[in-house]
Design a protein around this ligand. Structure first.
Ligand SMILES: N[C@@H](CCC(=O)N[C@@H](CS)C(=O)NCC(=O)O)C(=O)O
Length: 296
């Protein structure tokens, strides 16, 4: 394991530090996270959105400590540990149960804390009606779009270096297509008539899944020549409406309280992502991107 990835700042800063501090007391529901990690931010946003009592534990996932690997053999954050009195074996032993994979954790939290009177609106539309079942599936489809198109595209662009077998323009085009398809879906579904979110008025898991990378777009502007490359207003040709829908979603998501509450100081991300921008990271996401494999 390369040393650089273990030299990360060990604690969150800014708003995220205050949030972590206010959830530092022992609690049966524990989120193991890293302040810099966008996958963690997804789970963290859900905890905040639903006001779920929990303990936040900051760890460095690049140091594969035994306790961490026992919970999550994949050795990645976020990892959720659930200490439930009923979770033991038949003999009654209490056992810590774990969940990992940000998308799985987010869906779990939404379902396990489903009481809308207590935890607010469900993040995935619930219910058995034809329309609800369809909308739930459509949300999962666009979560899948974020996971398989947008996120890999982000790293491909951020990790681009001149010696790559592909050009930065190619990487940018691929990434932009992922964002544009997302915006086009919002435009075509006319959700924008009701509100800025993927589902219009209602904030959902689809917004959660993309929010951490929306917040990190500035890193591409900072590190990569030409930046993200979203065309400017008035220079968008036939895509004027599509990108206007993107702007509306973006402006809303970066200002969402749960997104801001889980965010550290901006310059700390610049430091932490330098190794991605130089393609020197040894993280699993970084290595998979370098080797053209799908992300872990
Ligand atoms: N598919 C995973 C990805 C999680 C992930 O890659 N987390 C990174 C931090 S941002 C990690 O733990 N990296 C440790 C490593 O690469 O060794 C998820 O959605 O939770």
């Amino acid at each position: 394991m390369a040393q650089i990835d273990t030299s990360l700042l060990p604690t969150p800063t800014g708003a995220a530090a205050r949030l972590a501090e206010s959830h530092s007391r022992d609690h049966p529901l524990k989120l193991y996270g890293g302040w810099f990690c966008p996958f963690v931010q997804r789970a963290w946003i859900v905890l905040v959105e639903k006001n779920i009592p929990h303990q936040y534990i900051e760890i460095n996932p690049y140091k594969k400590e035994k306790h961490f690997l026992d919970l999550n053999p994949r050795g990645l954050v976020p990892t959720l540990s659930i200490d439930s009195p009923s979770a033991g074996t038949a003999g009654g032993n209490r056992k810590q149960r774990a969940l990992y994979e940000s998308t799985v954790i987010c869906e779990y939290l939404d379902e396990a804390y489903a009481d809308e009177a207590r935890y607010g609106s469900r993040l995935l539309p619930a219910g058995d009606g034809e329309e609800e079942v369809y909308q739930r599936a459509r949300c999962r489809l666009w979560v899948n779009h974020v996971v398989t198109r947008v996120v890999p595209g982000f790293y491909r662009l951020l990790q681009h270096t001149p010696d790559k077998g592909y050009s930065i323009e190619e990487a940018r085009e691929g990434f932009l297509k992922g964002l544009k398809d997302f915006a086009k879906e919002m435009l075509d579904s006319r959700s924008g008539q009701d509100g800025p979110w993927f589902l219009g008025e209602r904030f959902s898991l689809v917004d959660v899944m993309l929010a951490p990378w929306a917040k990190r777009l500035f890193l591409i502007e900072y590190y990569k020549l030409g930046g993200v490359g979203i065309p400017k207003k008035g220079e968008r040709g036939e895509d004027e409406e599509v990108w206007a829908r993107w702007d509306r979603w973006f402006d809303a998501v970066v200002e969402r309280e749960s997104v801001k509450a889980t965010w550290s100081e901006e310059d700390k991300y610049i430091e932490a992502y330098k190794r991605y921008a130089e393609d020197a990271t040894q993280s699993e996401v970084g290595q998979a991107t370098r080797q053209g494999r799908s992300l872990p």
